[in-house]
Design a protein around this ligand. Structure first.
Ligand code: SF4
Length: 466
């Protein structure tokens, strides 16, 4: 998925840039990068952060530099920021999102015979380079960014660092947030607002879909008004957003608490205590426990001092092993007890199956599960956020295959909450995971917990509707 942070200041702002970017490290990525305006032009640093934290790779880079403006990125796999020399001038660019029509844009651009792209491994093209090529077709940055937004299928939010300031632009349908913050002498743009409080920034403005602003040390100026239609990613609140962040003015932890509370009202059950699968299930679990009037406990604790992030190793077996090693069960809490777990979502279900088995191994009598969102039926096609490599690996799709066999299936019937097909799928997943009970959140209740109008939220991974 990735995230970015940019800042323009009257003073040196390298520390803000460094920590502001670092606060996007949870977004599960492989590359980190910073670009600053130096005395002799733009300068940048990119490191592989697959097996180490952003901070430890960059702390030496920033020791000897000073700058009053810069942008930083935690990127999914591609090298960023890129330094571009074009008719618009020299600039640095970072992007977040996913360009799904790379091939058709590249084909079209080759007709000019002027353009070429540097290939990454496996023949892929760096999506940020592609976005820059589209931007360079404009007479101005504003026109170029709009051109990129119009051509790109998927999404592309960006920060562009120039000698005069920073352009911040949110993707056309606002799938990812871009937020402006301010403190005395400095203005910043961020994806995650959790980057702001400890650096002293206050939220100033949530950019609307497709909106462009230009930031200088004196303030910021709207360069393109927002579009009306919005499709912000609902999964931000459910899973990958940081609890201390807010999007559209709605805090992540608050939404998770509301999700849990709604689940407790809809699907009560006799249990001894409530828990959350760490980390993203915790907020949902706390909401369930307080609404149900049951204690919240931590039957699993996460060992974080040494383990890097579990989703980074390429090999699934190693990822599963790391995930297992990080969660330590506490027998004294589990033995002889009826437990209810809240979880953000069930993706493939393989790690979860192992986690549930470990609870039985240390004496759990019953294990109930309440995921905070409906069964995932489709892979995301708008962000570089992969719920699963193949849709057929999704726990819900595997359950449907068990029920229907190979061949064409009408998935709509399975996405209708409470329908016969839906209940059969839910029960099949429950059986496979060896759960005592499994009740998913309905899409309507998830939308209620978020609190935005339904038409403003992307819900594609649950209902397949664009
Ligand atoms: S498909 Fe799912 S993960 Fe992708 S943007 Fe929509 S809600 Fe978010």
């Amino acid at each position: 998925m990735g995230g970015f942070f940019g800042v323009v200041s009257k003073e040196d702002c390298v520390k803000d840039l460094f920590y502001g970017t670092d606060y996007h490290s949870h977004l599960g990525t492989k590359r980190g990068g910073l670009a600053i305006k130096a005395q002799d032009g733009l300068n940048r640093f990119i490191h592989n952060i697959e097996n180490t934290q952003f901070r430890s790779k960059f702390d030496q880079d920033i020791v000897n530099i000073q700058s009053k403006s810069g942008i930083g990125v935690i990127s999914d796999y591609d090298d960023q920021p890129l330094l571009i020399r074009s008719h618009l001038g020299n600039y640095a660019i970072v992007t977040v999102g996913a360009i799904k029509n790379v091939e058709s844009i590249v084909k079209k651009s080759f007709k000019t015979r002027w353009l070429h792209f540097s290939e990454m491994s496996r023949g892929e093209i760096n999506p940020t380079e592609l976005a820059a090529a589209l931007i360079n077709q404009g007479h101005t940055f504003e026109e170029g960014i709009q051109k990129a937004h119009d051509e790109i299928e998927g999404s592309c939010s960006m920060l562009i660092l120039t000698a005069e300031g920073i352009y911040a632009a949110r993707d056309k349908l606002g799938r990812t947030p871009v937020v402006i913050g301010k403190k005395q002498g400095s203005i910043a743009a961020t994806l995650e607002t959790c980057a702001f409080p400890n650096l002293g920034y206050k939220i100033e403005k949530y950019l609307g879909p497709g909106e462009i602003v230009f930031i200088t040390e004196d303030g910021y100026e709207q360069r393109k008004a927002p579009e009306k239609p919005m499709q912000i990613c609902s999964f931000l609140w459910v899973y990958y957003g940081y609890p201390a962040s807010s999007y559209e003015g709605i805090n992540v932890e608050d939404v998770r608490n509301r999700c849990g509370a709604i689940l407790a009202k809809r699907h009560p059950v006799e249990i001894d205590f409530v828990a959350g699968i760490p980390d993203s299930g915790i907020g949902h679990g706390l909401g369930y426990a307080s609404s149900a009037g049951k204690p919240f406990k931590r039957p699993f604790v996460k060992y974080t001092p040494t383990w890097p992030r579990s989703f980074l190793p390429q090999d699934q077996a190693i990822r599963d092993l790391v995930a297992k090693m990080k969660l330590i069960p506490i027998r004294e809490l589990i033995d002889g007890k009826r437990l209810l777990f809240c979880e953000d979502s069930i993706v493939r279900g393989t790690q979860l199956k192992g986690t549930i088995q470990r609870l039985y191994d240390v004496g759990a009598l019953e294990v109930h599960m309440r995921p905070a969102c409906p069964p995932l039926l489709y892979s995301c096609k708008f962000l570089n956020f992969s719920t699963s490599k193949s849709e057929m690996d999704l726990a819900a799709r595997k359950a449907i295959k068990d029920l229907e066999g190979e061949g064409e299936v009408d998935l709509k019937k399975y996405s209708q909450y409470g329908s016969e097909k839906y209940r059969a799928m839910e029960d099949r997943i429950r059986e496979k995971l060896r759960l005592t009970s499994l009740k998913y959140q309905s899409l309507d209740d998830l939308v209620r917990a978020i609190g935005l109008p339904k038409e403003k939220l992307c819900k594609y991974c649950w209902n397949g509707e664009e």
